[in-house]
Write a protein that binds this ligand. Sequence first.
Ligand code: NAI
Ligand code: MG
Length: 503
Amino acid sequence: MDGAKGLETLSKEVLQFINGKRKLLIDGKWVESQSGETFEVYNPATGQVIAHVPAGNKEDVDMAVKAARKAFTEGSPWRKLTPSERGRIVSRIGDLILKYADELAQLESLDNGKPVSVARAADIPLAADLFHYMSGFATKLDGSTIQPSVPYTPGAEYHAYTRREPIGVVGQIIPWNFPLLMAAWKLGPALTSGCTVVLKPAEETPLTALRLGEICQEAGLPDGVLNIITGFGETTGAPLVAHPLVDKIAFTGSTEVGKLIVKAAAHDLKKLSLELGGKSPVIILDDANLDIAIPGAANGIFFNQGQCCAAGSRLYIQEKVYDQVVEGIAKYAKNLKVGPGLDPTTQLGPLVSQIQLERVTGFIESGKSQGASAASGGSRWGNEGYFVEPTLMVNTEDHMKVVQEEIFGPVVVATKFKDLDDDLIRRANDSVFGLASGIWSQDISKVHRLAARLQAGTVWVNCYNIFDASLPFGGFKQSGWGREMGSLVLNNYLESKTVCISL
Ligand code: NAI
Ligand code: MG
């Protein structure tokens, strides 16, 4: 496969990694699953098997959680580190991701299908940056000093302060759309806070997380602090959520599974942070600079094959510029170079799996059957691998499935609006989700008014999909609980303790 059809040649390290025997990381050792079972990992560009990884189950999860518990006990090598030493390890993980960037980019492209150029430019450097950004907080997890008044103990004096302490053992369950980056979003703050972790990568894309496990060891992370169990949602993810020795679950994935996790966590009230689905509105006003708005809105949906929780998947375009914008985005879509991720000239790769291919083409068909039509794309691309044409759907109505539900593919719906009024705001907010949103306009007053009224965790103005370790990200409504990144994410992994002393 490599070297053929203009594809990038896979490096020796990548070939060794996928052909070698992949194992689970438990207590600092790479071990087979207790059952000995494995599952297949596919190349989304061809549908062919590229690797086998262990299928972890309840017993493996139990061993991993116990290792994480032990690594968290008072006096363990991890707990004995000073904040500065802990931060340096987190920072070294970032350094090593950059050192192995080429290898990681190829592995990510091979496993997920995404263009290797995108993995190299975005996924890998963003993952490294996340560790670097977080590492600095290790020495700054300060509490505060407080002078209480306590009116019912006249004359008494108190001194009080707060401490911020790691929550404990964290189960982290991540999706397949940005496999390494999602691992970084989760691990960076958890390790910085001093927690220990059992990480479950998505079954579709386990490879870079396993490589990251090796990198964390090389960075000097003590045994048991990070354990990695590959496997499926019901057999690996669910036992992790149910495990009584896990203090907290951090999850990114579907809203459907998010709700299952909330139910499962109810019996022992595990702490939860959830980053779930989206159906993000993008509003293009008629005063926008269309030279940037058209490619910007197109990239807002087609980036990563539309497999972004924040994808700008509903376009609201002001009447006067509607035809021009629709024409421009359709043209942009038709000009995108579709192909295997390992072709360095590819701009749009395959979807991650056969299931996602069927799901996304099913949505397109449902839109057509309800009266919508495709101004570009509208079908599967080619007859090998999991490709879908970049698709712009028009003649949609707000109640249609394609307008209401998360498609998670390169499919955007476009509708018109007349004025920037309450009705536009109502339509933009007419979603169970509230993850992100976009505004394209040069009128600063309109931008601020709109930004305040959109029910979304992020509002991008004259840009889209701008992610950075410093920018908190997460959802209103059914898009989740808590925030990733920025300093806010540390709240997901720290408990606050109040110490009150009578003097
Ligand atoms: P999913 O939510 O089933 O998978 C995400 C992770 O959860 C995976 O690691 C999976 O193994 C795990 N999981 C599944 N069931 C579980 C359970 N019962 N207990 C614990 N962990 C469990 O998402 P899936 O099936 O891959 O994709 C379905 C749809 O979800 C997509 O079409 C998309 O709409 C949405 N999605 C949203 C993502 C986001 O970033 N917000 C990421 C991936 C999918
Ligand atoms: Mg699922």
